[in-house]
Design a protein around this ligand. Structure first.
Ligand code: IPM
Ligand code: MN
Length: 353
């Protein structure tokens, strides 16, 4: 008997379908090689469907998603839809309803990938950012008073629960231990100003740290983190942080690993259904041109296979990506400059599996 998985596929908007197609190609090749079966079930969520039918994310679809092994997402976002509607209605709603409380962002510089950091090499840029994914400033807590008057008040609250903070910090300590790189976990916060929220994070971190005596705990303020990630990325092994700080520093980190063409992420529920995506967004400008680098989508596939437990297949894809990059055939990570088309890069990587 071989293992078999059902994956919900959301190609989504813009260049999402183009890159996810290459991801599916490579994941299926790795599945065949490693004797397991993956069935992808397509969901046409996104801007197009919303504009046509007014539907964003039906409740019934969320129920269906709960039965899958994972969700594989291309991109969500449409130039004709007001910012926030699809992001909140699809992406954030899935994170909340499926309780994907970890946003996992590996930041690794692969061979032949250009970093904007002068004098930094692959060995200097290899960290993982663990971002809390269901609390903080993302819960939608808050509101307006006296809206549309000159006395208007807007309140946006950062919600931090001991439960939510602790499970995120525990996940980060476990990951640091499992990874075994430098055994260093850095908490990123703003304890000098956010004397309630960051204080809860710091105290919880210190309590959990007592159970992990072999892991060096460290702390950095988020503003300083933006300097050090650029100046000394080699200092970082695993970083744990809240939702908004994590959103910001992961984009910064994405650019030092070569940009959106290579950055992949996972929205993880360690006890439930997780969702994997390239970080690049829908890139409307490049839609239909077959010029986007699909490596981010393919690496999101790697993370997906790792999470469902197909470690050998995940390793095969990662090795194939490295081999493809080492071949020198892919000229750049940036859209329109890759040398090979989206499809050809997918073919090349699949051929190395
Ligand atoms: C991300 C994205 C999302 C976020 C947006 C699209 C809502 O930027 O996954 O980092 O802010 O979390
Ligand atoms: Mn972001």
């Amino acid at each position: 008997m071989f293992n078999s998985y059902k994956i919900a596929l959301i190609p989504g908007d813009g260049t999402g379908p183009e890159v996810i197609k290459e991801g599916v190609k490579v994941v299926e090749t790795a599945a065949k090689k490693n004797n397991f079966r993956i069935d992808f079930i397509n969901y046409d969520l996104g801007g197009k469907r919303y504009l046509k039918t007014g539907e964003i994310l039906p409740d019934s679809v969320i129920e269906e998603f709960k039965k899958f092994s994972a969700i594989y997402l291309g991109a969500i976002g449409h130039p004709e839809v007001k910012p926030g509607i699809l992001e909140k209605g699809i992406l954030l709603r899935l994170r909340f309803e499926l309780d994907q409380y970890i946003n996992l962002r590996p930041v690794k510089l692969y061979p032949n990938v250009e970093t904007p950091l002068k004098d930094k090499e692959a060995e200097d840029i290899d960290m993982i950012i663990v971002r809390e994914n269901t609390e903080g400033l993302y819960t939608g807590s808050g509101g307006f008073l006296k809206k549309d008057t000159l006395q208007e008040v807007a309140i946006q609250e950062s919600i931090n629960t001991r439960f939510g903070v602790e499970r995120c910090i525990r996940y980060a300590f476990e990951l640091t231990k499992k990874r075994g790189k430098n055994n260093k976990l850095t908490l990123c916060g703003k304890t000098n100003v956010l004397t309630y929220a960051s204080d809860l994070w710091q105290r919880t971190f210190n309590i959990v740290a007592k159970e992990y005596t072999k892991i060096k705990g460290d702390y950095v303020n988020v503003d300083a983190a933006c300097m050090w990630i650029v100046k000394n990325p080699e200092w970082f092994d695993v970083i744990v942080t809240d939702n908004l700080f994590g959103d910001i520093i992961t984009d910064l980190a994405a650019i030092i690993q070569g940009g959106m063409g290579v950055a992949a992420g996972g929205n993880i529920n360690p006890e439930g259904v997780s969702m994997f995506e390239p970080m690049g967004g829908s890139a409307p400008k490049y839609t239909g041109l077959n010029v986007i680098n699909p490596i981010a989508a393919i690496s999101a596939g790697t993370m997906m296979l790792e999470t469902i437990g197909e470690l050998k297949a995940a390793k095969d894809i990662d090795n194939a990506v490295i081999k493809a990059l080492k071949s020198g055939k892919i000229k750049s990570m940036s859209a329109g400059k890759t040398g090979l088309s989206t499809t050809k890069i997918g073919d090349l990587i699949a051929s190395y599996i």
